[in-house]
Write a protein that binds this ligand. Structure first.
Ligand code: PLP
Length: 389
């Protein structure tokens, strides 16, 4: 297959009419994320169809709603957990320990021991001290080494916080083997919201080079963890999830040996389009009479669920009761008394001139990284409410 021609033709997934109708007809006393659980099904099946033999480990941090975990367990999904809390959540909702990977490279010793005791056998690491911790508290476990990758062009890139270089990776595999662990493979994350599957090419080249070096050094690798990065629709064209996953897998197959275990960890791509937030306009103001921008203050902001507006990286779509009427540029801000709580200012948002305090605003496709990013109560604003329909 020629993976250079990603198909962007199915670029505008129809936003859930059921979610929008439900939110429009309901009353909400505070900002609420409404999840349409059947959309998680649709998304899981679409990704699974494109990923073929790769195992899906849902990245729980994207949205830890128990109903999502339960539904994914029923669909046969596996899970990537980052903490004891996420492991407990998955186990409580029916996931088998065999299906849970402990993918955070920065783990508390007591949590490694807990995971081991519960029967989890697959751990990530990217540092020597972490290998020692895993060897001491999860003896005999399988480990994969997280590799550092160059920025790939993702909308929400991951920094140098995670991963290690080729030579260190090989040294960690040797250390793991010496300490009785089983160094089985490598992992990486291409960057979240990587809209074009061709942006994976450079990263996969880097990973394949490390794989080849490790095999040449005598390591019997059989696990490639391709991480997340699968995009959601926020207004810019993206391929259909199946076409996207197929294009990624074609590039993987071209670079790695046949027959190895492949795991993928979609977070955003699994749940973003399954959720919409019901929000409310608290105030519309102009700083001066001739100000061309209106300031629109919502009842939700950076600290109560919209953290991914940081640097205006993720640009959500808004539905208002006045859509179709004349619009003007707005600076959008949250309700808290922190001046960092401005959502979009560098690129203002066009909103109807008729918009006023009390209007309901629907924020589309924000089922990922919203409820899980909401602070517990900064400035007295409650965490984001979650409701499943
Ligand atoms: C957050 C995370 C993911 C999910 O990334 P998305 O871009 O949301 O798909 C996958 N793997 C790891 C290790 C992560 O930390």
């Amino acid at each position: 297959m020629n993976a250079t021609n990603a198909d962007f033709s199915a670029s505008f997934p129809v936003p859930s009419a059921r979610l929008e109708a439900f939110i429009a007809e309901s009353h909400f006393a505070r900002p609420t994320l409404v999840i349409e659980i059947d959309r998680v099904d649709t998304q899981y099946r679409a990704l699974a169809a494109g990923l073929g033999p790769a195992a899906i480990h849902y990245a729980v941090k994207a949205n830890p709603a128990p109903e999502i975990i339960e539904r994914l367990v029923a669909l046969g999904s596996k899970f990537d957990a980052a903490s004891r809390g996420e492991i407990e959540l998955c186990l409580r909702h029916g996931a088998h320990p065999d299906t849970i990977s402990y993918g955070n490279t920065i783990k508390r010793v007591a949590d490694i021991a807990y995971a081991h005791q519960m029967g989890i056998t697959l751990f990530a690491a990217d540092a020597s001290e972490e290998i020692e911790k895993i060897a001491a508290h999860a003896p005999g476990a399988e480990v994969y080494i997280r590799l550092l990758v160059e920025a790939s062009g993702a909308d929400w890139p991951l920094t140098r916080k995670f991963g290690t270089t080729r030579d260190t990776a090989l040294a960690l595999m040797a250390q793991a083997r010496d300490l009785g662990l089983r160094p089985v493979g490598v992992s990486f994350h291409v960057g979240s919201q990587t809209r074009d599957p061709m942006m994976w090419a450079d990263t996969l080249d880097q990973i394949a080079a490390v794989w080849t070096a490790a095999v040449a050094a005598g390591f019997d690798l059989d696990l490639l963890n391709i991480g997340g990065g699968f995009p959601a629709f926020y207004g810019d064209a993206i391929p259909h999830p199946t076409a996207y996953a197929e294009a990624v897998m074609a590039q993987v197959t071209a670079r790695f040996p046949a027959g190895i275990r492949i795991m993928a960890e979609p977070g955003r791509g699994m749940v973003a389009e399954a959720g919409m937030i019901a929000a409310e306009v608290l105030l519309v103001a102009r700083k001066s009479e001739d100000d061309i921008h209106r300031w629109v203050y919502l009842d939700i902001g950076k600290f109560s669920g919209l953290a991914e507006t940081m640097d205006e990286a993720i640009r959500y779509q808004f539905v208002t009761p006045h859509d179709g009427e004349a619009t003007g540029p707005c600076i959008l801000a949250g309700p808290s008394c922190d001046s960092a709580d401005v959502l979009y200012e560098k690129r203002p948002v066009a909103l109807p001139l008729a918009l006023k305090s009390g209007d309901k605003v629907i924020i589309r496709n924000c089922g990922a990284y919203t409820s899980s990013y909401a602070s517990v109560g900064f400035n007295g604003f409650p965490p984001l409410d979650v409701m499943v329909i």
